[in-house]
Write a protein that binds this ligand. Sequence first.
Ligand SMILES: C[S@@+](CC[C@H](N)C(=O)[O-])C[C@H]1O[C@@H](n2cnc3c(N)ncnc32)[C@H](O)[C@@H]1O
Length: 196
Amino acid sequence: MNGLKLNLGCGEKRFPGYINVDKYGSPDIKHDLESFPWPWETNSVSEIVLIHVLEHLGKDVEIYFGIFKEMYRICNHGAKIKIIVPHFRHEFFYDDPTHVRVVTPLGLQLFSQRLNKLWVEQGAANSPLGLYLDINFELKQTVIKPSEDWFRIHPDKNVDVRLLQQESNIYNNLIEQYDMSLEVIKNSNEEAGGKV
Ligand SMILES: C[S@@+](CC[C@H](N)C(=O)[O-])C[C@H]1O[C@@H](n2cnc3c(N)ncnc32)[C@H](O)[C@@H]1O
């Protein structure tokens, strides 16, 4: 797919073939991602990566929404967005005072208009943020990375993901990070079916 590829909050990890963006250092483009509008044309981007960045952004929820509205504006239909964040119950999340926002798979699914409509029909209490903000993202994949503590208790490399999720509802430090992939939906006739 044609379009720009952005590595937002790149830090020192600059990727070839991407426009590497950060507020600090010497990236390709220096920009504060909490300041709008972002310096890219509408429908000009086919891929965005945010690797250990989103948890640093949008302490104010309107700013957080602004980031998703800008990603939606600059991306073309079908664009891919990769988001890696520390799990909110892992010390990697809560030990860093610059981590200001919890990001979870369900939190990203609130931006899916397909699910929003389903929840409205069902009378579910989930906020239909995709409809409210006029944005539409489908969560296509979530990869859960178990922590060293998990492997100390369960050394088997074939991870029982269901057990991991159940235990993680009770204990801290079992999941290290979420690696989530969003797809941008601009043509709702072609709305891709994501999993609930
Ligand atoms: C934990 S580092 C991750 C860096 C890199 N993505 C990596 O994986 O190594 C978070 C990055 O987000 C950048 N960042 C934080 N707030 C930002 C903002 N408002 N605008 C742009 N970049 C920001 C920081 O400067 C830092 O480089």
